[in-house]
Design a protein around this ligand. Sequence first.
Ligand code: FES
Length: 355
Amino acid sequence: MSDTKSLPVIANRKGYYYEIKAGKRYLWCSCGRSKSQPFCDGSHAGTGFLPVAHKAERDEDVIFCGCKHTATPPFCDGAHSNLPGGYLTDEPDSSENRRIAMRAAGPEPIVQLDGRCYVFATSRASLTSQGAMGYCPVVSPATGAQFQSQFYAEVVRGASPVISADGRHTVLFVTEGAGEIEIGGRRFPVGARTGIYIRPSEAYRIHNENTALVKLFISNGPGSEDLVWLDDMPTNFEAQFPQREATVDPAQRHKMAERYYQMLVNREHGSTVVTQFIGNIPLSKAEPHRHLYEEALIFLNGAGVVWTETVKTTVAAGDVLFLPRKQLHSVQCTTPGGFDIVGVIYPGDNPSINY
Ligand code: FES
């Protein structure tokens, strides 16, 4: 076989969204030569490639691989982000993009974009006091979330009230300050940029003994409208899940061309309902795309613009972007150092899969 025949053709540099039906069999094109992408039309004859069959067990939204470089055929695994030519970007000043209107922030924390997508500025939020903690909802079923909630919290010197996980997988991310997270009586030291996982049957509180303020985000899934308070810390700690902290480790980065991400809390910790990652977006505007997961994306530094179909708005450190499933969007970073971001996604555990 010649070299040209041993390589798949890149049919599309993004995945193909498709609604598969229970019991139906799909024949995915692996060679990239089919004219009826993403499915086989027999054009692989003589190439050495064979189609990959998939029988759907249930009705499901999927993303079939379009670049033919996936390691999880027939589905997209994000491999298209690392193809020669790099991550797909977009020209913010194109004539099409110049038609997209800038929506300025008002006094309220939320700037609404298209669909149920919005940006929430923690800097404009009013916090409700609960003992040593002030907090506010950022993402919840009331704001359109299907799978998760997110709360922003600040803890002054002392200890926050005891918070019940209330049957939900709970993931924390500390953005500023340092202290300890107590889970069922066990204490874990935390500093800025630490993720923490709490099991659904447990309760937790934040101790701040040395810093002016501990700032953190509390995510849970399934989502709730509010946090649930307890008078005392129960002793329950699910010892079969000992790994609770997740810290930044450059050795664990997954590269996506000039971008990268690192998983923080995920299935390896036992979290099957929410997945947390930290990543970096360089000075650029991503090509508009969609995900099958719902996402809350926290901006840790830098500045930029979030775009949906007809509107865009600026974002800065401390803002959160809420992205419903399948929402067309593009994040643009306008600062040379790039954005560091923390995402919480569900369903799914791979933030590089898009279409
Ligand atoms: S046409 Fe590509 S695998 Fe059949």
